[in-house]
Design a protein around this ligand. Structure first.
Ligand code: MN
Length: 204
């Protein structure tokens, strides 16, 4: 059975970029509900309980919507919590080089990532991924879909390094309708050391 991961920091640790109340509700209510409903969907549908999220995503088209929505919800939020820190950090040498080559530098990355997040209509996530050609790419997916799912269009598939939650529950208490400010705040608290580790893993 899947379990809600503990946060590596307190709910107020990312203030003022993410307020404590939003963090608490997001983790203890929203994420928790995805985990509970995912476990229920796996039992209700007689799915092998030993399958990992990645294994479920690889055959997403053969499972019901409850597995897709809640499995995505569990994975996406688990990745999100472990992508954030208020300690300033820089991408490692290899990731920094790839960001330069692909986006022309960190400003270029910020611009493209912001544009992708703003382009989402309704709820969804924008992602930095390593694609099948081992290139960095920015994509966005609706609802709780992600780039690992085989239901995601091929050109949006890849290994996620970083994702921003563009559901209103992620930012509405603090930023209300100002999505741009949410994205700006989010970009201030990326744990680039973590993202660099994921990049090295994805490039193996
Ligand atoms: Mn969320």
């Amino acid at each position: 059975m899947f379990t809600l991961p503990k946060l590596e920091y307190d709910y107020d640790a990312l203030e003022p970029y993410i307020d404590a109340k939003t963090m608490e509700i997001h983790h203890s209510k929203h994420h928790n509900a995805y985990v509970t409903k995912l476990n229920k969907a796996i039992v209700d549908n007689g799915i092998d309980e030993n399958l990992s999220l990645e294994e479920l995503f690889a055959q997403m088209d053969s499972y019901p919507a409850a597995v897709r929505n809640n499995g995505g919800g569990h994975y996406n939020h688990s990745l999100l919590w472990t992508s954030l820190s208020k300690q300033t950090s820089q991408p490692g040498e290899e990731l920094a080089q790839a960001i330069n080559d692909t986006f022309g530098g960190m400003d270029g990355f910020h611009g493209e990532f912001t544009a992708a997040a703003m382009d989402i209509f309704g709820s969804g996530w924008a992602w930095l991924v390593v694609d099948g050609d081992k290139k960095l790419k920015i994509v966005h997916t609706p609802n709780q879909d992600n780039p690992l799912m085989n239901t995601t269009p091929a050109e949006k598939q890849g290994t996620p390094l970083l994702g921003i939650d563009m559901w209103e529950h992620a930012y509405y208490l603090k930023h209300q309708n100002d999505k741009g400010e949410w994205i700006k705040d989010f970009l201030q608290i990326i744990d680039w050391q973590k993202i660099s580790e994921r990049y090295a893993e994805a490039m193996k």
